[in-house]
Design a protein around this ligand. Structure first.
Ligand SMILES: Cc1cc2nc3c(=O)[nH]c(=O)nc-3n(C[C@H](O)[C@H](O)[C@H](O)COP(=O)(O)OP(=O)(O)OC[C@H]3O[C@@H](n4cnc5c(N)ncnc54)[C@H](O)[C@@H]3O)c2cc1C
Length: 484
């Protein structure tokens, strides 16, 4: 079923993509754009949010992108693609270009953009070669490798044969907490914050407890305020740090210092250099998070240059701080959090969560230091599971058991080669299975947001089609504007 190409390697004719969020759909869109020979694509997605995925499948308009519109193009080679698409919507007519670029658009509108790309490139393609796409709504539970190619098994017993398979399974729901298994049916417990919970709100005057103080907690607080809910919200995390706001930075050309290759420094020296420049920025009255933004183009290379011990040390001791500075939120969302704190509606606690227990109609959360909080609704917003071998995905567990994929050396995701081909348990590069997106966390560190994923989707498509990688598109300079 494979054809010889003029690159002397084999080009697949049948590709199955598992996962239909940004990563999966944009891999398919790039395949459709780049294919020079007929191709049969099958996109398997569990759940109704095809193209939108978890992040952009929200139906709530108050959930905004946390990246400014100018950096949300789905294509690495067309920097203004999303901005141009926004111009097709009349509601943005009165907004001048320079303002639209800096807007934090509702995530559901970004979902419309992705759905539109799916429609244009996969349902009514204009490309000259024939690319046929079949969409399956269902769960893929295994990928068997019978010699040549693969067979994807579906939960409903279906089977799909393929030459190559792409794993684009995305963000996993939070892992459980001690005691949470017994709470599954409890009316006050929400184990997956990305499922609708608004219909289960306690009466006004009740208490909502959010486990985590990251971006998901921010979503919940903003929705509660939008709904006009009047009760008290407690949010708990080890450090009690809420995400910072995007801000207008100053021009700071001194970092990275000329002639210094940040990827060569190693963790200790890099941290020392960052501290030094953060102190200089503070002295200038500027936000030291500018250093985090200036590191962004180098992060993946720095991460790959670290030893395993350095990566472990960073993940254990510095990642929490990094995350609050790196994953910032729209200023208007941040302002609402500040108001909620000032009025006492939102109370933040810095403590470790020891266990969760049912208590009649409430759920009690036991914290380090002997403190206990009780909630009429308790939402696990501790962030996606990051211990890969404990993945709740039956598909990934089956692949791990068969040795067709292996964890990276930090057990944060799947091990891959530079071209996104997975590396199996025996250490061999697969000719058949490829992966992208949040699954590559341990290999790349920065692999969650659109500015990285659009490049990955393109490179995965090029690798599948055995085409050479296009030169990386240069991003416009951003330092004087809101940071990404
Ligand atoms: C709440 C939230 C908000 C975010 N906001 C932003 C933002 O503003 N800007 C930004 O750049 N990034 C944002 N992100 C980051 C986000 O991770 C990426 O932008 C992107 O959406 C990830 O897409 P994905 O396709 O890799 O994963 P997902 O969106 O998680 O999609 C994976 C899909 O695969 C399906 N799937 C999984 N396993 C199987 C299986 N076995 N069989 C079939 N289907 C399966 C899932 O059901 C899902 O539909 C946000 C993330 C979250 C969670």
């Amino acid at each position: 079923m494979r054809k010889e190409t003029n690159m002397t390697t084999l080009q697949p004719e049948r590709i199955v993509i598992i996962g239909g969020g940004f990563s999966g759909v944009m891999t398919a869109v790039n395949l459709a754009r780049l294919a020079r020979q007929p191709l049969e694509l099958t996109l398997i997605n569990q759940g109704p949010s095809l193209a939108r995925g978890v992040a952009y499948g929200t139906r709530r308009r108050e959930h905004l992108l946390n990246v400014a519109a100018r950096n949300m193009s789905a294509f690495p080679d067309q920097a203004d693609h999303f901005l141009q698409w926004l111009r097709t919507r009349s509601e943005y007519d009165p907004v001048p270009d320079h303002e639209l670029r800096e807007r934090f658009i509702p995530r559901m509108i970004y979902g419309d953009y992705l759905r539109g790309l799916q429609q244009q490139h996969l349902l009514s393609p204009l490309e000259s070669v024939s690319v046929r796409t079949t969409f399956i709504e269902g769960e893929a539970v295994d990928v068997q490798l019978p010699g040549a190619g693969a067979v994807v098994l579906l939960a409903d017993g279906g089977r799909v044969a393929a030459d190559c398979v792409v794993l684009a399974t995305g963000n996993e729901p939070p892992s459980g907490l001690p005691g949470s298994a017994e709470l599954r049916e409890h009316p006050a417990w929400i184990g997956n914050p990305w499922q609708p919970w608004e219909s289960r709100l306690p009466a006004e005057g009740g208490t909502i407890l959010l486990l985590g103080t990251g971006l998901t907690t921010v979503d919940v607080v903003i929705t509660l305020r939008t709904l006009g809910w009047q009760g008290v919200i407690h949010a708990v995390s080890r450090n009690g740090w809420l995400p910072h706001s995007h801000f207008r930075g100053i021009e700071y050309p001194d970092f990275p210092p000329v002639g210094v290759d940040l990827a060569e420094l190693g963790l200790k020296q890099l941290l020392a250099l960052m501290e030094q420049h953060c102190a200089r920025l503070r002295a200038l009255g500027a936000d030291p998070a500018i250093i985090v933004d200036k590191l962004r183009p180098h992060t993946q290379r720095i991460w790959q240059g670290f030893t395993r011990e350095e990566r472990l040390e960073f993940a254990r001791h510095h990642a929490a701080r990094w995350n609050v500075l790196r994953h910032r939120i729209a200023p208007e969302i941040h302002a609402q959090l500040v108001t909620a704190q000032l009025t006492g509606q939102l109370q933040i606690h810095a403590a470790s969560i020891e266990c969760v227990r049912a208590d009649d109609r409430q759920v009690r959360v036991h914290l380090s230091g002997g403190k206990t909080l009780a909630g009429d609704l308790v939402i696990n917003a501790t962030g996606p599971n990051t211990k890969f071998t404990r993945t709740g995905s039956g598909l990934l567990q089956n692949l791990l058991r068969a040795g067709s994929i292996a964890p990276d050396d930090l057990d944060m995701g799947v091990r891959v080669a530079a071209d996104h081909a997975v590396i199996n348990r025996a250490g061999q590069r697969s000719e058949v299975i490829f992966a992208l997106g949040p699954l590559l966390r341990g290999t790349l560190w920065e692999t969650i947001a659109v500015p990285e994923l659009r490049g990955q989707a393109r490179r995965t498509a090029e690798a599948l089609l055995r085409q050479p990688a296009a030169p990386a598109a240069t991003q416009p300079p951003v330092m004087m504007e809101y940071m990404i």
